[in-house]
Design a protein around this ligand. Structure first.
Ligand SMILES: CC(C)(COP(=O)(O)OP(=O)(O)OC[C@H]1O[C@@H](n2cnc3c(N)ncnc32)[C@H](O)[C@@H]1OP(=O)(O)O)[C@@H](O)C(=O)NCCC(=O)NCCS
Length: 206
């Protein structure tokens, strides 16, 4: 599913997350797909996709999708892309069961995910492999839902929340900005203080 008239796509960030997104984009994007990366030399091949730019300022006419898993870095690069006036894409995998309104620019909805009706997905969000966002939940800007994490119905995840792999947020809960939830945790009540939470039920650590 693509949402842009322009045919060419620059995935900015050729690390682990970028390579996963590239695997999907190569299969379903209608036009050319390239990588951009600050740390790689132009011409490097990454899983068969060429790095063609090393700076966002060189992206030019391409649609850009910032493909960095770490929330803070992804946000920073997206802000730079916005300042440069770049055309920002989003991507929903063909294997996703996506039943909500379009996600915000810069978001990636990966393989075998489910996003149910009434859910809202903000800008720069990653819904990673197998993650589920149940009906009427809101996932704000630059959140990352790691593989197989689960947000039950009617929740709100505020900006820059990271949900670890296989974690669960019970229905109707609120999580404030800048929270990290550990792998396998179960969130059973609202979280209103930034920090790292882990375990069942999830409690603040560190
Ligand atoms: C929760 C997490 C962020 C903590 O990382 P950290 O701040 O480096 O913490 P540490 O590894 O130093 O662990 C601190 C304590 O929490 C415990 N802990 C760490 N992760 C935990 C988890 N997921 N569940 C329960 N306890 C956990 C550790 O055993 C340690 O306990 P101790 O103080 O009794 O020894 C990390 O362990 C985690 O779960 N990350 C998610 C990884 C993930 O899902 N990645 C997906 C990428 S797409």
């Amino acid at each position: 599913m693509f949402h842009d008239e322009q045919p060419a796509l620059c995935l900015f960030g050729a690390g682990g997350h970028g390579r996963v997104v590239a695997g999907i984009a190569r299969r379903i994007w209608r036009g050319k797909v390239i990588f951009g990366d600050n740390n790689l030399t132009v011409g490097t091949l990454v899983d068969g996709t060429k790095v063609e730019v090393s700076n966002l300022s060189d992206v030019g006419k391409y649609n850009v999708l910032v493909t960095v898993g770490e929330n803070r870095i992804r946000r920073k690069l997206q802000m730079q892309a916005d300042q440069l006036g770049l055309k920002c894409a989003f991507l929903v995998a063909d294997t996703a069961s996506y039943f909500a309104s379009d996600p915000g620019g810069g978001s990636t909805i990966l393989t075998s995910t489910v996003v149910n009706p009434g859910a809202k997905i903000g800008r720069g969000v990653i819904i990673n492999t197998g993650a589920i966002v149940e009906h009427d939940s809101t996932i704000n800007d630059f959140c990352h839902l790691a593989p197989n994490s689960l947000v039950l119905g009617g929740c709100t995840l505020d900006n820059d929340v990271f949900l670890g792999a296989n974690s669960t947020v019970l229905q109707g809960l609120y999580i404030c900005p800048d929270v990290i939830i550990g792998a396998g945790a179960v969130v059973v009540c609202d979280i209103t203080q930034p920090g790292t939470y882990a375990g069942v039920p999830a409690r603040r650590i560190g």
